[in-house]
Ligand binder design. Structure first.
Ligand code: ATP
Ligand code: MG
Length: 243
């Protein structure tokens, strides 16, 4: 459902080129849950941004559900993002004037399918991320971890075909982090949604079907985490491939 081919991203910092991605190729099946790991600066966020059509590559291509992102017009890409993709990014981008519930419902409103059902779904999602006691709170009246959980609920609101999550549990305690990993795993296994999630936590990565390791903008290797509880397997492979 996602095909990344020989992807390059070069940033120009004055005279110095920064090669954030240096020929990444990746094939992800529909319903697959892929975790991406790698040292800080290895290109993980860049890869996710490009896959979400939020930035343009300097080389290579990204095809999602048969659509080549580079060949879409701006408007078409915006609609595609809204209807097919769900984002959980660093810095939650919640709207400060809206309550938790309103922030979660928002993607459905923008898509033109608001209404009672949508509110029910939003409440359900907030319940799953353990925030049913915070529905009327605005972002400033919530902790960092709570805001992050609202952002996760919002990303799932439109039932996206592809979820792109950048360290979705970065601010969460172990218990809530596990809730989120289970939620993402359920989305992929039960509902056939595809998940691409960056994480630094071997324990989180064990919920994925496959872990991909990035090093200096290239794929250094991968591993099959072989089910929950095999965090040491992921950590060992990380040490081998990333250092
Ligand atoms: N807008 C930019 N201009 C110049 N260089 C950039 C820009 N964005 C990212 N980079 C560089 O590209 C490289 C990859 O960055 P990226 O954000 O993808 O790393 P990352 O793997 O997500 O790291 P982290 O784990 O710290 O989030 C880094 O060396 C970074 O400094
Ligand atoms: Mg990053």
């Amino acid at each position: 459902m996602l095909t990344v081919s020989n992807l390059h991203k070069k940033y120009q910092m004055g005279k110095v080129p920064v090669r954030a991605l240096n020929g990444v190729s990746l094939e992800v099946r529909q319903g697959e849950f892929v975790a991406i790991m790698g040292a800080s600066g290895s290109g993980k966020s860049t890869l996710l941004h490009l896959c979400g059509g939020l930035d343009q590559p300097t080389g290579g291509s990204i095809v999602i559900e048969g659509n080549d992102l580079a060949k879409m017009g701006d408007r078409q890409r915006t609609l595609f993002r809204r209807e097919r993709l769900g984002f959980v990014f660093q810095g939650y981008n919640l709207l400060p004037t809206l309550s938790a519930l309103e922030n979660v419902v928002l993607p459905a409103m923008v898509g033109g399918t608001g209404g009672k059902n949508m509110e029910m779904r939003a409440r359900e999602l907030l319940d799953i991320v353990d925030l049913n006691h915070r529905v009327t709170h605005r972002p400033q009246a919530m902790s960092g971890g709570e805001q992050q959980r609202v952002a996760i609920a919002r990303a799932l609101m439109n039932n996206p075909a592809l979820i792109l999550a950048d360290e979705p549990t970065g601010n969460l305690d172990t218990h809530h982090a596990e809730t989120i990993w289970r939620l993402l795993a359920r989305f992929s296994r039960k509902e056939g949604r595809t998940v691409l999630a960056v994480t630094h936590e071997p324990t989180g990565a064990t919920f994925a079907d496959r872990v991909i390791f990035l090093r200096d903008g290239q794929i250094a290797g991968d591993c099959d985490p072989d089910g929950e509880g095999h965090a040491s397997l992921v950590a060992t492979r990380y040490a081998e491939l990333v250092g």
